[in-house]
Structure formats: C-alpha cells, structure tokens
Design a binder for this molecule. Structure first.
Ligand SMILES: O=C[C@H](O)[C@H](O)[C@H](O)COP(=O)(O)O
Length: 235
C-alpha cells in the first residue's frame, strides 16, 4: 500500500474547511492552485448533495474555470454581479500580518482582481507557507508585457531584485499567462516594506501586476499535521 502524502492531506483538509464556510446564495471567488483545487472540489460536493444552493463562482484562471465546470459549480463574471461574498485562494507565502506572496501558478493578476473584491477573503495554505518575512522562501512573481521584458528586467535590477524569466515545464520557452504575458520571478534579499515594494513594482511601465498581496486577507486557514493527524488552524 502506498503511503499517504502528508502535504496532500493538509491541503485537502484546509480546502474542505474553507468550502464548509460558504453559505447558500453566495457569489464565490474561486482561486487557483493545488490547495484551492480541493476547496473547489468540496464546494462541488456540497452543491451536488444539496447542502449548498444558489452558488455562483468567479474563476481566477483557466484552471479554476475548468475545475469549477468539472465539479458542477455554475460560473459568472464580474460584468454580471456587483459583489463577491467570499473568496478562497491559496498562497506561496503568508507573513504574520497576513500579507501574501502569490503567483506560483502565474495567476496572480486575475487573483488580485477577484480576491480584492471579496467581502471575506480566506487564504488556504499548508503549514510550509507560513514565514516571518515575505520573500524569505519565494521570489516575487511579476507579470510583464512580452515587448517590455528587457526594460522591466533592468528596472527590477535597479530595485535590488534578481529577475528570472519563468520557463515552461513540458513546453519549450517561457510560461505564458492566461492573458498572453510572461512572468519574471524576482528574488529580493530583503523586503523591508511589502506595501511599498508592491506599489513600486506596479509603477514600472510594462508591468501588469505583481504577486505581493497586502492588507487583503481576512482569514488564513492553515493545514497542519498534529500527532500524525491533519488538522486546521485559523490565523
Ligand atoms: O498563481 C497561483 C496562485 O497564486 C496559487 O494560489 C499559489 O501559487 C498557491 O498554490 P498552491 O496551493 O498550489 O501551493
């Protein structure tokens, strides 16, 4: 018998905990990534069982819309609704102020639009994502218009960053986002002021959006393994 992957167990547990917080009649922001995928799956299960009615999802990526269709979650768009009651999304890093780095799946531009509109924004992560300082384990993803890559690289280097063009896996050449742009992963030796860096990067012409999410998160649900059992802690 193959051993159960503990990280997968934590992600499953935390995804279920987030899906359980959704109430009937809600417009739900559907995040991107392997952790949110479980939340989407459990949301679909609740809809199928009849426990949850009148739900509409706003996807943050192609991946999220594919999963939502697969699990039977009706979708809508920001043109059709004037509010998002609850948003559920993953993160690559979470600091003690609940600021985030996102974009490990290159979806941070649409995620920031949807997550920022959610009246309650819930972040779902396993314990490995909790850090003391943003940037300590993960670079800052920056979505860039392809024609502006060279000047944006120079501008990011001037800010002290080390930008690296994100390359595809099972695809030659760079990762192309859902919007047709490229992603620079920028390593900073220190991010003393995340809100300032977020604004400064977004001010560079050619930058669409970066993966620093400041002051947006209401609740972080953290999947942990305690005494061999997966549990969920709230921050
Ligand atoms: O672009 C992708 C997103 O920001 C994800 O939410 C983030 O990378 C976390 O993904 P995962 O839950 O797969 O670690």
């Amino acid at each position: 018998m193959s051993a159960v992957d503990p990280v997968k167990l934590m992600k499953q547990q935390v995804g279920k905990a987030a899906a359980d917080r959704v109430q009937s009649g809600s417009i739900v922001g559907l995040g991107t990534g392997s952790t949110t995928a479980f939340a989407i799956q459990f949301l679909g299960d609740r809809i199928k069982s009849g426990a949850l009615t009148d739900i509409k999802g706003i996807p943050t990526s192609f991946q999220a819309s594919v999963l939502a269709k697969q699990y039977g979650i009706p979708l809508t768009t920001l043109d059709e609704v004037d509010r998002i009651h609850i948003g559920i999304d993953g993160a690559d890093e979470v600091d003690p102020q609940k600021n985030l780095i996102k974009g490990g799946g290159a979806a941070h531009t649409r995620e920031k639009v949807v997550d920022s509109l959610a009246e309650q924004f819930i972040v779902v992560v396993d314990q490995s994502k909790i850090v003391d300082k943003l940037g300590s384990t993960f670079p800052v993803p920056v979505e860039v218009l392809p024609m502006a890559i060279a000047p944006v690289v120079k501008a990011l280097e001037k800010l002290g960053g080390k930008p690296e063009l994100r390359m595809g896996i099972k695809k030659d050449g760079p990762v192309i986002t859902d919007q047709g742009n490229m992603v620079l992963d920028v390593t900073f030796s220190d991010i003393p002021n995340p809100p300032e860096l977020e604004k400064t990067i977004n001010n560079i012409p050619g930058v669409l959006e970066n993966g620093i999410f400041v002051g947006m998160t209401d609740i972080v649900l953290i999947g942990e393994i305690k005494d061999g059992n997966p549990t969920v802690r709230e921050m």
